[in-house]
Design a protein around this ligand. Structure first.
Ligand SMILES: Cc1cc2nc3c(=O)[nH]c(=O)nc-3n(C[C@H](O)[C@H](O)[C@H](O)COP(=O)(O)OP(=O)(O)OC[C@H]3O[C@@H](n4cnc5c(N)ncnc54)[C@H](O)[C@@H]3O)c2cc1C
Length: 413
């Protein structure tokens, strides 16, 4: 059957759904899965609901969308308590503001380097961090942590890809004064009372009459402005895409040849190991894990009351099967003081996120903006962390989606 809509949205995560909330023209939304929410909802395993790794809302860089999201459902505010595990101890995050907690020999070297102007930053993520923080802090924290996080050497990635997520040293960092001021993009965060799934129940309610669940887009013709699914053909005036850009490009007909040169759009994949524990023993929210003796880069507690649920995140090569690259996490959890013995782990569930972090190499800068511009000329807004092939948070994605919808409303009025 052929259906016409003014605006067609592909993907019903936070980006596609927020755009739908703000559109004032007729729209339809196609979602591949039987539920809305994408990565920002929860999945059920046995009797438990789990998030896809730590998913906290932080509005510092997306204030205009805060009231829209937090009035849809009740949210609770948390003041971040995060740590870094290094030298067999837990040091408050960010490490560069708590140098007094490091062993003296390392601390002295780091302080000396922070006080000395560094080399020119270069154009890789690694060289930029060495220039800013010195080679010692890079060697003990940034290199091992980021190599695990992105499954890639930071020297192979472009500077700027961290997008302000790494707190910079302050003028008095090297003096070791205790810096109590909040740092980073998430000194506080918000999480829906009762979990992400309950947020989605409320958030999706006004949308459902124009949403097509379990109906993936399988081909997109930009010349005739048509999208095919297995059961329908949709014609549109404007298209909002939120699925990962390489996947979207692979669905396209009528777009100039080779929009995605091999190796240009690269990414990491993440395996999330979720667990239910018998008891909560620690009060921190999450811990960054630079040590290379195990594969995990972050461990955290899911917020909220009820069962004590935790997650461990590790990057894995794409197509890694369950059971491969597996590491017994119970030893690590004991070191962190999260469990006393493995009997306290009551349940384990794993999910792999095939595209989790967009990686920026040098070709990102001359490939991605050009692809997005060419799509826009064809009436396609490709948005969201994966649709725009960028680094962003849920709140930033929601804000971009709102702004996109408002721009389309103006264009079509
Ligand atoms: C491990 C991890 C931890 C994170 N932690 C945080 C955090 O703490 N805070 C934060 O703000 N952000 C966090 N993020 C980022 C956050 O997940 C994203 O910014 C956000 O979820 C992106 O939303 P989206 O709607 O753009 O994309 P998605 O959530 O990926 O939604 C895209 C939707 O498109 C659907 N789809 C796919 N293919 C098709 C098709 N062919 N046809 C129709 N539909 C299709 C998918 O099913 C999905 O529902 C984290 C990400 C990861 C990977």
């Amino acid at each position: 059957m052929t259906k016409h809509t003014e605006v067609l949205i592909i993907g019903g995560g936070i980006s596609g759904s927020t755009a739908a909330h703000f559109l004032r023209r007729p729209w339809q939304l196609l979602e591949r899965e039987p539920v809305l929410g994408g990565l920002s909802t929860q999945y059920r395993s046995n009797d438990f609901w789990f998030d896809y790794g730590g998913h906290y809302f932080h509005f510092l860089h997306a204030l205009p969308i805060q009231s829209h999201l937090t009035t849809s459902a009740p949210f609770k505010r948390y003041v971040r308590r995060s740590k870094v595990r290094i030298f067999d101890r837990l040091i408050p995050f960010p490490l560069q503001s708590h140098l007094e907690s490091l062993p003296a020999t390392w601390r002295h070297r780091i302080v000396r380097e922070l006080a000395t102007p560094g080399a020119a930053p270069g154009n890789s993520l690694g060289s930029g961090l060495r220039a800013t923080f010195g080679s010692t802090l890079y060697q003990i924290f940034f290199y091992p942590f980021l190599s695990k996080y992105y499954d890639t050497d930071p020297d192979a990635l472009a500077s700027g890809m961290e997008k302000g997520s790494i707190p910079q040293p302050r003028p008095d960092t090297a003096t070791l004064k205790r810096d109590k001021k909040p740092q980073g993009y998430n000194p506080e965060f918000f999480y829906p009372v009762g979990g992400l799934r309950l947020f989605w129940k409320k958030y999706e309610a006004p949308l459902m009459s124009s949403v097509r669940l379990s109906e993936p887009a399988i081909s997109v013709d930009l010349t005739r402005r048509r999208v095919e699914t297995r059961s329908n053909t949709y014609t549109f005036s404007r298209l909002i895409n939120t699925i990962p850009l390489p996947q979207f490009l692979s669905l396209l007909n009528g777009f100039p040849a080779n929009p995605n040169p091999p190796g240009a759009l690269i990414h990491a994949s993440t395996r999330v190991t979720n667990m239910v524990l018998a008891v909560r023993r620690r009060r921190f929210h999450w811990v960054y894990l630079p040590e290379t003796i195990h594969p995990y880069y972050r461990m955290g507690y899911y917020p909220g009351a009820g069962a004590c649920k935790i997650y461990l995140e590790q990057s894995v090569p794409l197509n890694t099967r369950m059971g491969e690259k597996e590491s017994d996490a119970s030893h690590l959890l004991q070191q962190l003081g999260v469990i006393h013995d493995r009997e306290e782990i009551l349940y384990v569930s794993q999910r792999t996120i095939p595209i989790s972090y967009v990686l920026f190499n040098q070709s990102w800068f001359h490939t991605v903006p050009e692809i997005l511009q060419r799509l826009k000329e064809k009436g396609v807004y490709s948005i969201g962390r994966y649709g725009s092939w960028n680094y962003s948070s849920m709140a930033e994605d929601a804000l971009t989606a709102r702004n996109t919808a408002l721009a389309i409303n103006r264009e079509m009025s």
